[in-house]
Design a protein around this ligand. Structure first.
Ligand code: UDP
Length: 488
């Protein structure tokens, strides 16, 4: 048989790092490769403890029996001595400790994967992938703008970076909006030290991969997607092509009657409820939670609020312990709040069916921490936002939503602890989205964005085309490996 006739079905292994915001888009990418692009798909899930939320997310994929999911045994790093590492460092440590398990798991597979796709924390698995002869891809489960910053970091002008960190000057990124210091990423707060070094190393690994996928689409971020792709801008810094492949978000599951929150929403008028949630890990101080409660009350809008216990000095305190922490303890909500709002509001402890809530006709606004999955889910459900960023790249996302896309108003959250957003400010932000003309204008824009997102994913759409091109490269890689094996 001629070598080009050899069937070259690629088999992608996707490595999902800990955290719902990483697992959910990785699963969606896996589903897409399986159902639209002819891949065999195995998803390896790195875990840091048994989580019912993880199991629920994975259970929802069980209708796709051909999707192979391997949950690696949990890594326990809670008792390590020394100073507490950053969130990113903890995620990377969990992956590094999972590598031997990943290795033995791949070794035991009859049909070994031909391609490894990791998120930005998983590049430490690349040496192993290359040892197995796999091609390597990185999936940015976030914006093209953040991806552009990361691609630029290895070649960035050191002096400019220092001026950004020390003099708080904007960080210039070719072809994209500059990053204001107030919106900057943790590594740029100090361009020496382990957090920066870790980010730089990851960025170097990312640009040396065979290709980069981003969960965005051309029409949402035209300038940034152009910048990361074009050789004359940032495209020349990556070894392989860069593909916008989004918006990949979780589909709404068939209605489950036990979900009280959805039944409650059924009884409310259209677009009348503001949904308040800070993602899978977001936490805030007790004082801020009390103020938020009073602000919701003052706004006189109906609300659904996903509440988890307060944490004084951590904005990502629930990241590794999603949906743990007990029931609502009324002592951290203002006296009488639950009683006073029982007709107009619903407080849901710990975790809520967010995709379904945002897709419900009664939901008309979203107070969000601006995690990228939440952002995409909101856009695709035409829900304007109150941006309340907490950690990671969320401040950049908030700025993108407020200033570039103009589909959100933004809360002035303190840089470093301390400032509490007042109840008056919260009420005003909520009313701007829910009641004022501003919200109506935002909904019009969101409708167009939703439409363009669907077009991007449809046959011949830009994101669909991107994955077709990536598929071709993966097929060529399989053919090349087979030819090599036959020649050996
Ligand atoms: N999510 C959910 N219920 C919750 C909180 C979060 O279903 O109570 C989902 C949400 O729909 C999104 C993901 O978890 O798909 C969170 O990802 P995101 O990027 O928004 O934020 P992260 O949790 O990574 O900070």
């Amino acid at each position: 048989m001629h070598s080009s006739m050899v069937t070259a079905k690629p088999h992608a292994a996707l490595l999902a790092s800990p955290g719902m915001g990483h697992l959910i888009p990785t699963v969606e990418l896996g589903k897409r490769l399986l159902t639209h692009h002819g891949f065999d798909v195995t998803i390896f899930v790195v875990t840091t403890g048994s989580s019912t939320t993880t199991s629920q997310i994975l259970q929802q994929t069980s209708n796709l029996s051909s999707l192979n999911i391997v949950v690696l045994p949990p890594i326990d790093f809670s008792s390590k001595p020394g100073p507490k590492p950053s969130l990113g460092e903890q995620v990377v440590v969990a992956i590094i400790e999972s590598l031997p398990l990943l290795h033995s798991s791949i070794m035991s597979m009859k049909l070994r994967p031909s391609t490894l796709i990791v998120d930005i924390f998983g590049t430490c698995a690349f040496p192993m992938a290359r040892e197995f002869g796999m091609s390597t891809y990185v999936f940015f489960a976030t914006s093209a703008w953040f991806s552009a910053v990361t691609i630029y970091v290895p070649v960035i002008d050191k002096k400019m970076e220092e001026r950004h960190a020390n003099n708080h000057e904007p960080l210039f990124i070719p072809g994209c909006e500059s990053v204001r210091f107030e919106d900057t990423l943790e590594p740029f707060l100090s361009v020496v030290g382990p957090v920066y070094e870790g980010y730089l190393k990851a960025a170097q690994d990312i640009i040396s991969s065979d290709g980069i996928l981003i969960n965005t689409w051309q029409d949402l971020e035209p300038a940034s997607t152009k910048a990361v792709r074009e050789l004359s801008i940032l495209g020349r810094f990556t070894k392989g092509p860069v593909y916008p492949v989004g918006p990949l978000v979780r589909n709404i599951e068939p209605r489950q009657e036990h979900k009280a929150v959805l039944r409650w929403l059924d009884g409310q008028p259209a677009d009348s409820v503001i949904y308040v949630s800070f993602g899978s890990g977001g936490t805030m101080s007790e004082a801020q939670m009390k103020e938020l409660a009073l602000g919701l009350e003052l706004s006189q809008q109906r609300f659904v609020w996903v509440v988890r216990p307060p944490m004084e000095d951590e904005t990502s305190g629930a990241f590794f312990d999603v949906a743990k922490g007990g029931d609502i303890a009324p002592e951290y909500l203002p006296d009488g709040f639950l009683e006073r709002t029982k007709e107009t509001g619903l407080v849901v402890p710990l975790w809520a069916p967010q995709a379904e809530i945002l897709g419900h006709p009664s939901t008309g606004g979203f107070v969000t921490h601006c995690g990228w999955n939440s952002v995409l889910e909101s856009i695709l459900n035409v829900v304007p936002m109150v941006a309340w960023p907490l950690y990671a790249e969320q401040k950049m996302n908030a700025s993108l939503l407020e200033e570039q896309l103009r589909v959100a108003v933004r809360a002035k959250v303190a840089e470093e602890g301390g400032r509490v957003v007042s109840k008056e400010e919260i009420a005003m932000l909520v009313r701007r989205v829910m009641v004022d003309e501003e919200g109506v204008t935002m909904r019009k824009k969101l409708k167009e964005m939703k439409q363009s997102g669907h077009v991007a994913l449809s046959n011949l759409g830009s994101s669909y085309e991107s994955l077709c091109q990536m598929t071709k490269l993966c097929e060529l890689h399989v053919q090349g490996s087979k030819a090599k094996a036959q020649g050996a």
